[in-house]
Design a protein around this ligand. Structure first.
Ligand SMILES: [Zn+2]
Length: 288
């Protein structure tokens, strides 16, 4: 084996004035030192890289924490709104229950039981709310139909006075005002007032008779549906004709004394299935 005799010679002066010194270093030692240096550099580089990585991770973590806080806040906000919606639905349900009872609708809904107790992230509960809202809407449409029909019935039911005046003769049996023997049935109400005063329909309906008729003189008969008709007699003039649709309060004629009458007045009748009933029962129901 041949001895390796390669050396590196370093020449250096310890101080500026001292003599030069020489140092012979075996080249293996140099390689060893260079090797150590390389490992050192790599270690420092690796450490720096890891530190940088760590900084990135920390930054990402901070962002995630902030994002989480934001999401939590939004979630709390949503939960608050969700509770509010549930409260409002429950209140709506209570109001609508009363409406349904008033309308005579049998109720199958139980909103308060249908709405769950969970939060907004629960799909089932949001579906429940959607279902409850749809059910309330459907019921409300039914209630509206009932009210619309009621409204028609209400506006078609005689109410209030056909003319302002004072009652000179009521409904029922009375002595014959024209001096005949015995008593007769007075089928209506006599309301006396000035000749020419406007006579108004007491409900919505259709004119089925308008003209002179025996003792009634000039008379208008209005059909209000539901088997109800009204008659207004002894008119001095008639303002409508057969087939006219009239609404409550519409002038149909004027007070007079035509037919079997001694002084200007409106003979007012309400008939149920053509049977005279006391108009006072209808007058008191509606307008005063
Ligand atoms: Zn009369």
């Amino acid at each position: 084996m041949i001895e390796d005799k390669r050396f590196y010679t370093f020449v250096f002066a310890p101080t500026a004035k001292s003599q030069l010194r020489k140092l012979n270093v075996h080249h293996n030692v140099i390689y060893l030192l260079l090797g150590f240096a390389a490992v050192g550099v790599l270690t420092v580089a690796y450490g720096t890289w890891r530190l940088a990585q760590h900084a990135v991770v920390v930054a990402k973590l901070n962002m995630t924490v902030q994002e989480n806080r934001r999401l939590r806040e939004r979630n709390q906000e949503a939960e608050g709104k969700y509770d509010l919606i549930k409260t409002r639905l429950a209140a709506l349900d209570t109001t609508q229950r009363k409406l349904a009872e008033t309308s005579g609708i049998s109720r199958h809904l139980d909103i308060s039981r249908n709405i769950g107790q969970g939060g907004p992230d629960s799909d089932t509960d949001l579906t429940d709310i959607e279902r409850a809202t749809a059910a309330l809407e459907a019921e409300l449409r039914t209630i509206k139909d009932v009210f619309d029909k009621d409204q028609v019935r209400l506006s078609s039911t005689p109410a209030g006075w056909p003319v302002r005046g004072y009652i000179t003769d009521g409904f029922g049996n009375r002595r014959n005002p024209f001096g005949g023997s015995g008593s007769e049935m007075h089928a209506g109400l006599d309301i006396a007032t000035n000749h020419g005063t406007a006579i108004e329909s007491t409900a919505d309906g259709i004119v089925i008779f308008a003209g002179p008729y025996a003792g009634y003189g000039n008379v208008v008969v209005i059909d209000h549906g539901y088997g109800v008709t009204t008659r207004y007699a002894h008119m001095s003039s008639i303002a409508v004709s057969v087939g006219n649709h009239v609404t409550r309060g519409k002038q149909i004629g004027a007070v007079g004394s035509t037919g079997r009458s001694t002084a200007p007045h409106c003979h007012y009748e309400v008939r149920l299935h053509d049977r005279p009933v006391n108009p006072l029962n209808y007058i008191s129901v509606g307008r005063s």
